[in-house]
Each structure stands twice: as structure tokens, then as C-alpha cells.
Design a protein around this ligand. Structure first.
Ligand SMILES: Cc1ncc(COP(=O)(O)O)c(C=O)c1O
Length: 434
């Protein structure tokens, strides 16, 4: 018996190699990776240039403690990031992944207010959101099923409404004016929740609700509410960052200028466990000026992580992958719609750039979800896998328990032909399973 504490029950295929959009197992079976794992592999699998950059840095200096040495690699990475981040003159704090970045960002927000003499500690997030599985990140996450076993440890975060257009919480004003209603809800909660330090949200909801794109007026209105109350805006760009939605960062579609931004996944495209927190000079200077940020991780500011991040940035620039995501993403969405929109179990097809989701429903007229025990999305994903297609399932979008959807987030380097093949296999899997 294996000594691995596996994340999945049952037998899994054993990976042999991965190149571009394809993963091959040790039995020689190939899979089209339509979700880049968990929407991670933005530049595609097996890019030797990134492996070489990692190896070269590891040979030169694999690890130094970030309080003992500065690193030219980390400095260069932060400077290169500064050119694409939606924050003027940012300061970048690299970490090891998304949850760690979210926890770091929340502590930084509190440190900023403390530095200015304000004892603010409440963080507001959104219902149905996902921000990670560490205790702090789970507390701001709004996914009931993930929170349930750990509830005695949670409860300091508050949750407001989410722009989920297919199940809009404001049907009487939908679709025009929902953004203002969400902003009014946030305003009300900020006034009543106690001393609010920060509001954290994904520009486009990723895994938990399935690629929900907010209405046009959402981000301007919500950003204005945060500013009016001196509440820091934390943009969780873990899934939407680094070109995934067809802009460098998801918030760029609406000109969102966060005080703090967190990223991971696409930052190193899976080649290295890299996350990062970026903040404004104002946040940085306030915290450092008041004695420094009481925080740190053994693997923060990792020199090899910086080398991996730099190589990935270079490839995103050189191969025009952000523009590719915008252009091919629009075609991909059209393809999904023409292949699946008429299927009786498909309630909604939504997305932006190369981040898409298909929501499956028991009744299209009422948008009633399937009962969870029918394990509908699991059936579709299994059918797809047996036809050599990897999809990323998500459950609970409708009410925290019921609600099936699957995500598609192929590498931004996928060719038009590969994307068309993904659409074909995906439609076949839905038809066969349902
Ligand atoms: C939006 C968002 N934030 C945070 C996280 C947590 O990232 P990680 O799994 O790297 O801890 C995720 C992971 O899926 C995510 O999608």
C-alpha cells in the first residue's frame, strides 16, 4: 500500500509527462488538459525554458533566508511585475501559494490600519467565494461545505452579496443596476460589521461559483464604497491573474485599482509553488514606517521562485499569451455555446478570456439545480476523462450544497485546433453523461 496521503480516493493514473495542452500517463494514455490542472498552467506544460531558469538559479544559489540576503533575481522579478500590475509603484511580497498570499494580504491590511492608529480587524468577503484552505483564507471563503467541519475555528469574517448573474440576488433590478445594489449591500455591511479593515473579492469569481463575470457597473460602484470608508480593497487574482481572462489581471477589464493584490497559480504556471502579494507604496510605507510588518515565511522571497516567475513572465510577453487569451477565448466561448447551449441540462455558459464554466441544471426553466447526491458534475468529468479530456469540477454554486458546474481554463498557449477539440470532447461528455 502507498504511503502517500492521497487527496483523491481510488486509483489515479500515474503521470509520465506533460507537454503543451497534453498530459500522458504511464500506460501511454493522453489527456487534453482543458483546465490546466486547477486553472494553473497558463503558459502550457513542459516549457524547457522555465525548467532551465529554475535549474540555473538552483545551481547558483537555491536558498537564502529573506531576512539575511537580498537577491538580484527577486528584485528583477518585482521590477518586471511592476510593469504589469494594476498598482502604481507597487511593492511585491512573494510567498508560496494562494492561501499564504491571502493570509499575508489580510495581515498586511490590519497592519496598515494599526500603523495609522486605527484598530480595524474585520474583513468582508463575498458569499460563495473561495480564497483558500488555510484557516485565515477559509474564514473569508464563503463555501459552506468546505467551512462546515471547521466552523468552531471560523467566524471573524463577514460575507456580502456576490455578482452571480445567472442567480442574481436582485432579480427585481436585474440586469441593469445590480452593481449599485451590491455596492449598497457592501456599504450597509461596512456600517454595521464593526471596524472593517478590508474587502476581499475575485474580479471574476473562479472555481467556487464558476467564472461569474460581474455586471459592468459592479466594480466601479464597489471600489467607490471601499474608498469612501477607508476600507482596503484586496483583489484576489489567484485564478484570474497573469492573462487568464484576456487582460494581465482580471480587474483590468474594469480599471480596478486595488490597494492590495494577491496572485499565485498562473504566476509560475505550476512550475514552482509561487504566490505573491503586491501593495501600494502607501500601504507599504505606512507599515514599514510604523516598525515593519510582523510576518514572514521560510520560503517567502524565494530566489528560485523568482527565477521561475521571471521566465513565465518572459514567455507571457514574448508569445503574446494575454492577447491570445482574449482573442481565442472569445472564439472558445462561442464554440462552447454553439455546442452546448441547447442541451436540456445546460443552464448557463459563462466566462471571460480563457476562463469558462458550464453550469448544469435539472430544470432550465426554473434554474433548479440537481440534488447533490446525483453527483452530476462528477459523472460528466468521469465521462470526459474516459474520452481523454480533463475538466475541473465545482459543486455547491446554487446554494452551498447543490449546484454543479465545471470549469475550463486551458493553457493560454492552446491552438485554435486544440481548443476546438476540447469543445467537441466536452459536448460529447455532457451528452453521454446526461
Ligand atoms: C481565488 C483563489 N484564491 C485563493 C486560492 C488558494 O490558492 P492555493 O490553493 O494556492 O492555496 C485559490 C485556489 O484555488 C483561488 O482560486
Amino acid at each position: 500500500m502507498s504511503h502517500v496521503f492521497s487527496r483523491a480516493g481510488g486509483d489515479l493514473p500515474v503521470v509520465a509527462r506533460a507537454r503543451g495542452v497534453q498530459i500522458t500517463d504511464t500506460d501511454g494514455r493522453s489527456y487534453l488538459d482543458a483546465s490546466g490542472g486547477a486553472i494553473v498552467v497558463n503558459i502550457g506544460h513542459g516549457v524547457a525554458e522555465v525548467a532551465d531558469a529554475i535549474a540555473a538559479q538552483a545551481r547558483q544559489a537555491a536558498y537564502v533566508h529573506p531576512t539575511a540576503f537580498a537577491s538580484a533575481e527577486v528584485s528583477a522579478y518585482a521590477d518586471e511585475l511592476a510593469e504589469v500590475l494594476p498598482i502604481a509603484d507597487p511593492r511585491v511580497y512573494p510567498v508560496s501559494g494562494g492561501s499564504e498570499a491571502v493570509d499575508t494580504a489580510m495581515k498586511l491590511a490590519r497592519a496598515y490600519h494599526l500603523a495609522r492608529g486605527e484598530d480595524r480587524h474585520v474583513v468582508i468577503a463575498r458569499q460563495g467565494s473561495y480564497h483558500g484552505n488555510s484557516r485565515g483564507a477559509l474564514d473569508v471563503s464563503g463555501r459552506a461545505a468546505l467551512r462546515a467541519p471547521y466552523l468552531p475555528w471560523l467566524g471573524s469574517a463577514r460575507h456580502t452579496t456576490t455578482p452571480y448573474e445567472y442567480r442574481c440576488p436582485f432579480p427585481d433590478s436585474h440586469p441593469v443596476g445590480c452593481g449599485a445594489r451590491h455596492a449598497a449591500e457592501l456599504d450597509r455591511l461596512i456600517r454595521t460589521a464593526g471596524p472593517v479593515a478590508a474587502f476581499i473579492a475575485e474580479p471574476v469569481s473562479g472555481a467556487a461559483l464558476g467564472a461569474c463575470v460581474p455586471p459592468e457597473d459592479y466594480w466601479p460602484a464597489v471600489s467607490a464604497v471601499c474608498r469612501a470608508h477607508g476600507v482596503l480593497l484586496i483583489a484576489d487574482e489567484v485564478m484570474t491573474g497573469f492573462g487568464r481572462t484576456g487582460r494581465w489581471f482580471g480587474g483590468d477589464h474594469w480599471g480596478v485599482r486595488p490597494d492590495i493584490l494577491v496572485a499565485a497559480k498562473g504566476a509560475a504556471s505550476g512550475y514552482w509553488p509561487l504566490g505573491l502579494v503586491a501593495c501600494t507604496a502607501e500601504v507599504h510605507d505606512a507599515v514599514v514606517g510604523a516598525g515593519g510588518f510582523v510576518h514572514g515565511h521560510t520560503y517567502s522571497h524565494h530566489v528560485v521562485g523568482a527565477a521561475a516567475g521571471r521566465a513565465v513572465l518572459r514567455i507571457l510577453h514574448r508569445d503574446g499569451l494575454v492577447t491570445a487569451a482574449a482573442e481565442r477565448g472569445a472564439e472558445f466561448g462561442d464554440g462552447l455555446r454553439s455546442a452546448l447551449a441547447e442541451h436540456p441540462s445546460v443552464g448557463d455558459i459563462r466566462g471571460l478570456g480563457l476562463l469558462w464554466a458550464v453550469e448544469l441544471v435539472a430544470d432550465r426553466a426554473t434554474a433548479a439545480p440537481y440534488p447533490r447526491q446525483e453527483r452530476v458534475v462528477e459523472r460528466v468529468v468521469a465521462e470526459a476523462r474516459s474520452a481523454g479530456l480533463l475538466l475541473y469540477p465545482s459543486t455547491g454554486c446554487a446554494d452551498g450544497v447543490d449546484g454543479d458546474c465545471f470549469l475550463l481554463g486551458p493553457p493560454l498557449s492552446a491552438t485554435t485546433a486544440e481548443l476546438a477539440e476540447i469543445v467537441t470532447r466536452c459536448a460529447t461528455a455532457v451528452r453521454r453523461a446526461l
